[in-house]
Design a protein around this ligand. Structure first.
Ligand SMILES: Cc1cc2nc3c(=O)[nH]c(=O)nc-3n(C[C@H](O)[C@H](O)[C@H](O)COP(=O)(O)OP(=O)(O)OC[C@H]3O[C@@H](n4cnc5c(N)ncnc54)[C@H](O)[C@@H]3O)c2cc1C
Length: 387
């Protein structure tokens, strides 16, 4: 297939620019336009409403965002991991909370269908998912099972006479889109030692939404806690390790999100530093401000290269366990440092809602926690290095 080059921000690296098929390049171009015209202008409104508008889902379906990682034979576009990461990055430049949802939907939920669902399950749900009519969520975390995900207590018990169906009992916490999703993938315990995953339709009496969790950043995202009381789940046979293995590519989506946040905050800080004058000179002419700009530029470049390296390896079918953690860890810590410096450059104004940098700073925090906190990423890297 012919390949086209896509600009990688203001990258100056000698490493070849990532290549995308013409379809992927067109998809990313359309997405960039959508973000500039329909996402960025709404980011504050969505945050204030603590919600995305319902119309966003069919619109995302129309743009192909919900099926970008789904192979063509299953009704998707089968784009590369690189395209998925660049899409998360582009969306984060407009609204990080939306990027977080898109990352989870593609890498965790849709990928679950690709890897573990039966033909019957795919036929039932995938067409609605691709069109944005069936919203998705991924439920692993529980009050007592966070970083130590193996501690999941939610129990799955086979329902007599209903092959493949289980009763699910337990509680899930911090589930993105969990109060809106029609279909939730639940990780649950099938025995003392085994865990697996189940499709759960939320419109049933056994699903009890307990509370909306309001977070300091990414607050337009519907983060919830819910309980399952004899809820009916449809088994998607897979081991715990297989289900959790989806997080490797998932981490690249969060790295893309972090990179998008850092780039946007950096652009705003540079622009502001060229306009604001104190002591009869522009901020950008002061060496201390230049130091902050230089450090941010360098770290963004390094994060971009780590991300590109990881998604290239994934697209070549290679293992990315260590590289995904490199990219996620570095990009998320970069996003936090760069947004912090962006506020510093804006001074007092940077702490007010008049400037987007304060929101980007709050949104950036999630990238150091979700899909494995920074400490877990360091553990993964050390384990790979020392084995
Ligand atoms: C906005 C948001 C959206 C989320 N969306 C989802 C979702 O859609 N689905 C889902 O299943 N989960 C989701 N999560 C949960 C997220 O994955 C967990 O918050 C994360 O894995 C950390 O778990 P925890 O919050 O229980 O922190 P804990 O596991 O209690 O850890 C707290 C802190 O302890 C330290 N720590 C923990 N373990 C270690 C260790 N081994 N070594 C060193 N330090 C350690 C770290 O500093 C860590 O930040 C979401 C969370 C948030 C905030």
């Amino acid at each position: 297939m012919p390949q086209v080059n896509l600009r990688s921000g203001n990258a100056t690296a000698i490493m070849a620019a990532p290549t995308f098929t013409p379809d992927e390049a067109e998809f990313l171009d359309n997405l960039r336009r959508f973000v500039a015209e329909e996402v960025l202008p709404c980011t504050r409104t969505w945050e204030e409403a603590r919600a995305f508008p319902d119309e966003i889902w069919p619109r995302l379906g129309q743009l192909g965002v919900l099926a970008m990682t789904l192979p063509t034979e299953l009704g998707g576009t089968g784009y590369s991991c690189g395209t998925y990461c660049e899409a998360c990055r582009e969306i984060a430049r407009g609204d990080p909370a939306l990027a977080m949802n898109i990352a989870a939907i593609n890498a965790l939920c849709v990928a679950h269908f690709v890897n573990f669902a039966s033909d019957e399950q795919r036929a039932k749900y995938l067409p609605g998912i691709v069109r944005g009519e069936i919203k998705l969520a991924w439920g692993l975390t529980e009050p007592d099972a966070g970083s130590d995900a193996r501690r999941v207590k939610t129990r799955a018990t086979p329902i007599e006479g209903r092959d493949g169906y289980y009763h699910l009992n337990g509680q899930k916490m911090f589930i993105t889109n969990g109060g809106k999703a029609e279909l939730i993938i639940i990780v649950a315990r099938t025995s003392e030692t085994e865990l697996s995953a189940f499709f759960l339709e939320s419109a049933q009496p056994g699903f009890k939404l307990e509370r909306r969790i309001h977070t300091v950043g990414v607050s337009a995202s519907n983060t919830v806690q819910f309980a399952l009381k004899d809820a009916v789940g449809w088994h998607t046979p897979c081991t715990f390790e297989q289900a959790i293995g989806l997080l490797y590519r998932g981490r690249l989506g969060i790295a893309g999100m972090a990179l998008g946040i850092a780039e946007k905050a950096f652009e705003l800080a540079v622009e502001y530093s060229k306009q604001r004058e104190q002591f009869n000179r522009r901020l950008c002419d002061m060496q201390s401000v230049q130091n902050m700009i230089a450090d941010s530029a360098m770290e963004i470049e390094a994060a971009r290269l780590l991300l590109q390296n990881a998604y290239r390896l994934y697209d070549q079918g290679k293992s990315i366990i260590k590289e995904a953690s490199f990219a996620k860890l570095y990009a998320s810590e970069t996003a936090n440092r760069v947004t912090n410096r962006a506020i510093q450059i804006h001074g007092g104004r940077g702490m007010t809602p008049d400037h987007l940098v304060e929101k980007l700073w709050r949104d950036a925090k999630l990238t150091e926690i979700g899909e494995g906190c920074s400490e877990i990423q360091r553990l993964v890297i050390a384990k790979q290095v020392l084995r």
